[in-house]
Design a protein around this ligand. Structure first.
Ligand SMILES: *[C@@H]1O[C@H](CO)[C@@H](O)[C@H](O)[C@H]1NC(C)=O
Ligand SMILES: *[C@@H]1O[C@H](CO)[C@@H](O)[C@H](O)[C@H]1NC(C)=O
Ligand SMILES: *[C@@H]1O[C@H](CO)[C@@H](O)[C@H](O)[C@H]1NC(C)=O
Ligand SMILES: *[C@@H]1O[C@H](CO)[C@@H](O)[C@H](O)[C@H]1NC(C)=O
Ligand SMILES: *[C@@H]1O[C@H](CO)[C@@H](O)[C@H](O)[C@H]1NC(C)=O
Ligand SMILES: *[C@@H]1O[C@H](CO)[C@@H](O)[C@H](O)[C@H]1NC(C)=O
Ligand SMILES: *[C@@H]1O[C@H](CO)[C@@H](O)[C@H](O)[C@H]1NC(C)=O
Ligand SMILES: *[C@@H]1O[C@H](CO)[C@@H](O)[C@H](O)[C@H]1NC(C)=O
Ligand SMILES: *[C@@H]1O[C@H](CO)[C@@H](O)[C@H](O)[C@H]1NC(C)=O
Ligand SMILES: *[C@@H]1O[C@H](CO)[C@@H](O)[C@H](O)[C@H]1NC(C)=O
Ligand SMILES: *[C@@H]1O[C@H](CO)[C@@H](O)[C@H](O)[C@H]1NC(C)=O
Length: 738
């Protein structure tokens, strides 16, 4: 307790003495003394204070004895902090004494001009009034006063963004173009309060200071309408309260979001081929950070494949692997570059696609036709609807893969994009396609099957002769061709006497276009011909199939028979019959009048060579040839022929005929010329005297061309009667020749 009281007393005493000091001041103490110019010295804390003692140490008549330094109020009590004692000594040997308060940091440098007390590592507490008193041997003492101010530099700087958040990583932002920014620099500490300034490189931006609190000074920098060029600008804040120490500073770099400037879709206006892959590239420039690049086709987003950022970060390229389809034709393809954060700054580039493709053909039948009921004789129109880019260079038509050509005479008419088949028949059934070609290739249409319905017809190439032994079952198949194929068969027996009998159903098995008769001949005469007919919904067979049932060993019909010679009254017939050569049987030739059907001759021969004489001239005959032996008769080979007429030349050979034909033509031409000449002459004559215009010229001509008189004269006279001229003669002449 006693100690405590003691300390209180001491503190009180100190306070009182301070009050005395305040009221009376140093001046009162040294009023009478000669105090030299007082001097203010500023020293940065931690630096070296050279406190001058600007008095002349060496005068010609005197010598310095002691130099004593006092500090502040301590001086009033004559307390020195440093003494230099050179009494009875040279200055070099003077004694230095320093108070503990200086902690060994001070030393007097008498040899400097002016001499000074050097105080190292200045502390805040070193601030104050320093007085040096110089005592001379003779002269009065001198005093020199220095007001030492210790400057405390600002401790640190804090940079705050507009939200008041501290920027720690030297980057501020990112800001958008056009933004207005407020960035604040706060200097902490420092006495006197520091000057805080904003700099951009060497340019002072802002020196308007706000005193925030005793220990804080701030400066808010306002930047208006940031531009692209402001990116990476380094803003430096400096704070200083003296010009002795290097100012402290802190910098921030401006980070910015930049809008994309433009997009470029490379390879614009290219023509693309459908179905082929392409890689398109789109470059977007100017965006920071990296733009979001999207691809669009006709308003629908597509997936891009990869992205590549250019070296400068300024350019980003996106790649799209794209396989165009025909549907994409005329659609817009584009790429858009968007900023990831800033909206409404999209850049876009694109073009309208032009997509080439192989022709697509849609073949249809004319809609007026019932596709399922096309009968022979109708007219069919095919229409080929072509979609092609570029337009087709050629179009063709195929039936079952084979090309069809325009052939109006046979009813095939090929026009631009349609095919007309007039009067179709079953041969025209099949698969139709149309084929178009362009730069991209050849396109074939869908198949349209033309299914021509027709009444049954006998299938060619069937076995027409069936041999069977008596009492044995004969199976006679009949194959028809028909569309549709559900055919109703009718079979008939045809006997040699010409009678026909319809077969009862139990002899017949039928399926579709095939039918078979099962029949057992029961006598030697029971080998009739079989007539197979059928009908379907289109109609009845026109020309039924005829099959012949023959005894098993009956001879073949004579083959390769020909009328080798014919005259006005005779015929010579020969067969080159390999089958029946050397058979035991005979060849029979029956000659019928073709007109009346009456038997004219019945000739039998061992060899297939016949001659008949004494026939009527100039009429037609049917010559029936067959073979007969013990096993039966063969089928009949019928040769229609005729005997020559007496009126005609006996045209034995074709060659002669053609020569005479030529002669006729020649004669005709000559006649025509003569006729023309005669007509002209006649016309000239007729101008004088119409009475003398008679037909004598024509009659004269008639006489000179006597070889064809038998047929020509009649007509010729008739025509000359009608007084026609050259024209009618000319048209008639071919009749004469033939
Ligand atoms: C010191 O005094 C001398 C002459 O008395 C004068 O020339 C000089 O400028 C003074 N220096 C200071 C720092 O006052
Ligand atoms: C010393 O200087 C400081 C600042 O310049 C001033 O505030 C102070 O009053 C001065 N002291 C004397 C005793 O003149
Ligand atoms: C920036 O400072 C100005 C002036 O003090 C003020 O009007 C503006 O609102 C501030 N802007 C921001 C983003 O803080
Ligand atoms: C701060 O420093 C600047 C630049 O040196 C100067 O222009 C300005 O006057 C100073 N302001 C104060 C208050 O010292
Ligand atoms: C490019 O961007 C990357 C990250 O986005 C960044 O690290 C790099 O410094 C940038 N380069 C340039 C030249 O801007
Ligand atoms: C980015 O590209 C634009 C346009 O080409 C150009 O004006 C700008 O200087 C470029 N910036 C950089 C950082 O390369
Ligand atoms: C072909 O044309 C017909 C009629 O115009 C139409 O109904 C059909 O859908 C088309 N087919 C194709 C594959 O385009
Ligand atoms: C065929 O096409 C040409 C050119 O497109 C056209 O001028 C002509 O009339 C067409 N002919 C027919 C028969 O359609
Ligand atoms: C026609 O096409 C059909 C299929 O559409 C096929 O079954 C048929 O065999 C084809 N006919 C010919 C003759 O090519
Ligand atoms: C008709 O007969 C022929 C020959 O025997 C055969 O190839 C064909 O398949 C038959 N047709 C039907 C529909 O039975
Ligand atoms: C022709 O003669 C043969 C053999 O003498 C005979 O079998 C046949 O019936 C005769 N033809 C006619 C139609 O009389």
């Amino acid at each position: 307790m006693n100690l405590h009281v003691l300390i209180e007393i001491i503190v009180l005493w100190c306070t009182l003495s301070a009050c005395i000091d305040m009221t009376h001041g140093i001046n009162s103490e040294y009023e009478t003394d000669q105090v030299h110019v007082s001097y203010t010295l500023e020293v940065v804390k931690g630096g070296v204070a050279n406190i001058p003692c600007n008095i002349s140490l060496h005068t010609s008549r005197d010598k310095v004895q002691t130099v004593v330094w006092y500090k502040g109020d301590i001086i009033r009590r004559q307390t020195s902090i440093y003494t230099f004692d050179a009494r009875d000594k040279s200055l070099e040997n003077g004694d230095h004494w320093s108070d503990a308060i200086l902690g060994g940091r001070g030393s007097f440098r008498y040899q400097d001009e002016p001499p000074k007390l050097v105080l190292a590592n200045v502390k805040e507490s070193d601030a104050g009034i320093y007085i040096c008193r110089v005592d001379y041997s003779k002269s009065p003492s001198q005093h020199y006063k220095v007001n030492l101010t210790v400057i405390i530099p600002p401790e640190k700087l804090i940079i705050l963004d507009e939200k008041g958040a501290q920027i720690n990583h030297y980057v501020i932002g990112p800001y958008n173009e056009g933004d207005l920014i407020n960035v604040t620099c706060v200097a902490i500490g420092g006495r006197p309060q520091p000057n805080v300034t904003w700099w951009k490189e060497n340019t002072l931006l802002d020196n308007i200071i706000e005193y925030h609190s005793k220990r804080r000074v701030k400066n808010t920098l306002h930047l208006h309408r940031l531009q692209r060029k402001d990116l990476h600008t380094v803003l430096t804040c400096q704070a200083t309260n003296n010009n002795m120490a290097i100012p402290i500073s802190s910098s921030v770099t401006l980070d910015m979001n930049l809008r994309p400037l433009w997009a470029k879709l490379w390879g614009k206006q290219r023509v693309l081929s459908a179905g082929k892959p392409y890689e398109l590239s789109c470059e977007v420039v100017g965006s920071r950070p990296r733009p979001v690049i999207t691809w669009w086709l006709g308003g629908v987003q597509m997936a891009s494949t990869r992205e590549l950022t250019g070296g400068s970060n300024n350019s980003t390229t996106s790649f799209l692997t794209y396989m165009p389809s025909i549907e994409d034709h005329r659609k817009q393809i584009s790429c858009k570059g968007a900023h990831p954060f800033i909206s409404d700054c999209e850049v876009e580039d694109g073009w309208i696609l032009n997509i080439y493709h192989v022709p697509l053909n849609n073949l249809t039948l004319d809609s007026n036709i019932d596709e399922d009921d096309i009968r022979e004789g109708t007219e069919v129109h095919f229409v080929c609807d072509i979609k092609a880019n570029p337009w087709i260079t050629t179009i063709g038509w195929h039936l079952n893969g084979e090309p069809i050509y325009n052939n109006p005479s046979s009813g095939v008419i090929v026009t631009n994009q349609s095919l007309i088949l007039r009067n179709v028949n079953r041969i025209r059934s099949g698969n139709y396609t149309c084929v178009g070609s362009n730069l991209e290739g050849i396109g074939e249409s869908n198949i349209v099957q033309l299914d021509v319905k027709y009444a049954p017809v006998c299938r060619p190439g069937q076995t027409k002769i069936h041999r069977v032994a008596i009492y044995n079952l004969a199976e006679i198949p009949c194959e028809l061709e028909a569309n549709p194929t559900n055919v109703q068969f009718t079979w008939k027996f045809k006997y040699n006497d010409g009678n026909t009998v319809k077969l009862p159903d139990h002899f017949i098995t039928s399926e579709g276009t095939n039918s078979t008769v099962h029949y057992t001949p029961s006598s030697e005469d029971d080998f009739p011909a079989l007539i197979c007919s059928g009908r379907n919904e289109v109609g009845e067979i026109d020309d039924p199939c005829v099959f012949h049932l023959l005894p098993i060993n009956s001879p073949e019909a004579p083959a390769n028979c020909k009328v080798t010679k014919q005259t006005e009254s005779s015929l010579h017939v020969e067969c080159i019959d390999e089958f029946n050569r050397g058979i035991r049987g005979e060849f029979i030739m029956e000659v019928y009048d073709a007109q009346t059907g009456k038997l004219v001759r019945n000739v039998t021969s061992r060899d297939p060579t016949f001659t008949v004489r004494g026939l009527e001239s100039g009429i037609g005959f049917d010559v029936d040839l067959y073979v007969a032996n013990k096993d039966g008769k063969s089928l009949v080979t019928r040769l229609p022929t005729f005997t020559l007429s007496y009126e005609k030349l006996s045209d034995d050979s074709g060659a002669l005929l053609s020569i005479t034909t030529l002669l006729y033509i020649l004669a005709g031409v000559v006649s025509a010329l003569i006729l023309v000449a005669a007509t002209i002459v006649g016309v000239i004559r007729c101008r004088g005297d119409s009475e003398s215009c008679d037909d004598t010229d024509f009659n004269g001509f008639e006489g000179s061309s006597g070889r064809y008189m038998p047929m020509g004269s009649d007509k010729f006279n008739r025509q000359t009667d009608s007084n026609t001229s050259y024209d009618s003669f000319d048209t008639e002449s071919p009749d004469v020749i033939t």
